[in-house]
Design a protein around this ligand. Structure first.
Ligand SMILES: [Zn+2]
Length: 332
């Protein structure tokens, strides 16, 4: 192996491991509702991915697809080498991680003003914070080739039509998820939560979202309530309520929310509010937030339903709309 090849192999190992570490840590941060720290970790993960891919190509491991399938079948077996540290290796990276550590020491996420928009050069993996330069300072790639990890897109990038469509689907999905289960099963906690309290929790969150949306639409750049939305722990009281009432409450709230959102212009969807953690964000950000939150809980409910039915030795798995299958399980 030449010295250059050894170095490329070291990079491939180091960057691949770093990519995995940061990616999984980002998913965990989302579960803990540390969305800005999750954004930092996801950007860091992409730094490593871009660099791993560069090293992989430099080693001549990428041919045309027919060749690559041949390699795949043959069982690609790159030589592994000692890597040294695989994370926290860059200067900016270390500075950003130190900011995250300071925030976590206070038991919180990074605030909006403590972490700017992040960009990763798609060619070389250079990490940048704040307004991106016209070209990558490391390799000269134009700004259009950067991957963005912006606060405004931190909750997803669905547009108004997709947001409204997904919000419209939820009542029917909820009815399907609870159909054929008796009251005892609906109140039965699996992993600490029952289907009843999850339906009640989704209604609570819909109300929070509608209030924020109303503020954004009716006032100029309002400060959005920074109090944490109602947590699932407070929803235990819903266990004693009839499911029909819980579903009705959700449906009523959702109709009001959709009534507020339907027919809004693009300009209205781009109106902004200020949130202590998310920063200055458009209504689309909050739409993505509620959709993502709902998706996570609908998947959880499908799992609970499956567990309840399996315990009763019945084979009645429910088929969810395929677009509900999560890529990542987001926190709330
Ligand atoms: Zn670059």
């Amino acid at each position: 192996m030449s010295g250059d090849e050894t170095e490329q192999r070291r990079l491939l190992c180091s960057m691949s491991l770093g990519y995995t570490a940061y990616h999984v840590w980002a998913a965990q941060a989302r579960r803990e509702r540390k969305y800005n720290i999750a954004r930092l970790l996801e950007a860091s993960s992409n730094v490593k991915r871009v660099r791993a891919e560069r090293a992989f190509r430099a080693l001549g491991e990428v041919g045309n697809t027919a060749t690559n399938i041949g390699r795949a079948l043959a069982g690609l077996e790159p030589a592994t080498v000692a890597t040294g540290p695989v994370t926290g290796t860059g200067t900016l990276s270390r500075e950003l991680m130190s900011r995250a550590a300071a925030a976590l020491a206070e038991g919180r996420d990074l605030l909006a003003e403590e972490l700017g928009d992040l960009y990763v050069c798609g060619s070389c993996g250079e990490l940048m914070e704040g307004d991106p330069p016209a070209v990558c300072p490391a390799c000269g790639t134009v700004r259009e080739g950067f991957l963005s990890f912006r606060a405004a897109e931190g909750m997803g990038i669905l547009g108004p039509q997709s947001i409204v469509k997904k919000l419209e689907q939820t009542p029917a999905t909820l009815r399907a998820l609870v159909s054929g289960l008796d009251d005892e099963l609906l109140a039965y906690p699996v992993g600490g939560r029952s289907l009843k309290e999850l339906v009640g929790h989704l209604t609570d969150m819909d109300v929070v979202f509608r209030e924020r949306a109303w503020l954004i639409l009716e006032t100029d750049n309002p400060r959005l309530p920074s109090a944490h939305p109602p947590t699932i722990a407070r929803a235990a009281a819903y266990r004693t309520q009839p499911m029909a009432d819980l579903l009705d409450a959700f449906q009523t709230s959702r109709q009001q929310t959709l009534g507020l959102l339907r027919g809004l212009t693009m300009a209205a969807w781009h109106r902004t509010g200020y949130h202590l953690y998310f920063g200055t964000i458009p209504l689309t950000h909050q739409g993505n937030w509620v959709v993502e939150h709902e998706r996570r809980h609908l998947v959880e409910m499908a799992q609970i339903r499956n567990d309840l039915l399996t315990q009763r030795h019945e084979e009645r798995p429910i088929v969810l709309p395929h677009n509900l299958v999560p890529e990542v399980l987001e926190g709330e």
